[in-house]
Design a binder for this molecule. Structure first.
Ligand code: 5RP
Ligand code: FE2
Length: 220
C-alpha cells in the first residue's frame, strides 16, 4: 500500500478561526497541516509565524505540522519553529547561505528537514545533501500565493526527483505544493509524489471531507 499523505495548506483557511479550521480539516481526513510562512522579502506576501504554530499546538493539534519557510534568511526561523512545535521544516536553498548547515540545524533541533525547489530551480542543491533530507518539496506554482494553476513542467521534475531519491537509497518524502486538485492528483502521484499539499482546492470547498475523500479515491 502506498503511503500517501494529504497536507491541507492553511494559507486558504479562514484565519479568523484558524483553530477550528485545522480541527475540521483533520477531522475530515487530512494527514498533516501545511503551514506557509511568508516574510514579504523572500516572497511578496506576509503570513504567519511561530506564535501561530505554537498556538495550534496549545489548541491541541497533534498532527504533523509541515512548516514551509518562504523567508530569508532561514536559521532564526528554524530555531523558533522547532520551539513552536513544527514537525517538518523546509526551506528554499537560495534563502540560506549554508544549506548543509541549515539542514543539520533542523535535525539537531529534533525536526525533519527538507528543501523546497521553485518551478525554475534545478535540483542540484539536493544532490550532495541527500543524507540530510527527510523531504524534497517541489513547488508547482511560484511561491507567495494560494489559488494558482499547477505548472505542468513539474511532472518531469517530479520524475527527476523520484529518480534522485531512488538512487540515493535514502528514505525521503517527495512533496508537491501548488495547484493540486482532485482532478490532477493521480497524474502527480504517477510522476512520483507521495505527499500532496492542497490549499484552495480543500478550503474553498464547502465539504472538506468530500474533497479529501475524492483525492484519496483518485490516488487509488
Ligand atoms: O506554498 C504555497 C504558496 O507559496 C502554498 O502552500 C500553495 O500555494 C497551496 O495553495 P494552493 O493549493 O491553493 O495552490
Ligand atoms: Fe507551501
Amino acid at each position: 500500500m502506498s503511503d500517501f499523505k494529504i497536507a491541507p495548506s492553511i494559507l486558504s483557511a479562514n484565519f479568523a478561526r484558524l483553530g477550528e479550521e485545522v480541527d475540521a480539516v483533520l477531522a475530515a481526513g487530512a494527514d498533516w497541516v501545511h503551514f506557509d510562512v511568508m516574510d514579504n522579502h523572500y516572497v511578496p506576501n506576509l503570513t504567519i509565524g511561530p506564535m501561530v504554530c505554537q498556538a495550534l499546538r496549545k489548541h491541541g493539534v497533534e498532527a504533523p505540522i509541515d512548516v514551509h519557510l518562504m523567508v530569508e534568511p532561514v536559521d532564526d526561523m528554524i530555531r523558533m519553529f522547532a520551539d513552536a512545535g513544527a514537525t517538518y521544516i523546509t526551506f528554499h536553498p537560495e534563502a540560506s547561505r549554508h544549506v548543509d548547515r541549515s539542514l543539520q540545524l533542523i535535525r539537531s533541533l529534533g525536526c525533519k528537514a527538507g528543501l523546497v525547489f521553485n518551478p525554475a530551480t534545478g535540483l542540484d542543491a539536493a544532490k550532495y545533501v541527500m543524507d540530510k533530507l527527510d523531504m524534497i518539496l517541489l513547488m508547482s506554482v511560484n511561491p507567495g500565493f494560494g489559488g494558482q494553476k499547477f505548472i505542468p513542467a513539474t511532472l518531469d521534475k517530479l520524475r527527476e526527483a523520484r529518480a534522485l531519491i531512488g538512487a540515493s537509497g535514502e528514505s525521503i518524502r517527495l512533496e508537491i505544493d501548488g495547484g493540486v486538485t482532485r482532478d490532477n492528483i493521480a497524474e502527480i502521484a504517477a510522476a512520483g509524489a507521495d505527499t500532496f499539499v492542497a490549499g484552495s482546492a480543500i478550503f474553498n470547498a464547502g465539504d472538506y471531507g468530500e474533497v479529501i475523500a475524492a483525492m484519496r479515491k483518485n490516488l487509488g
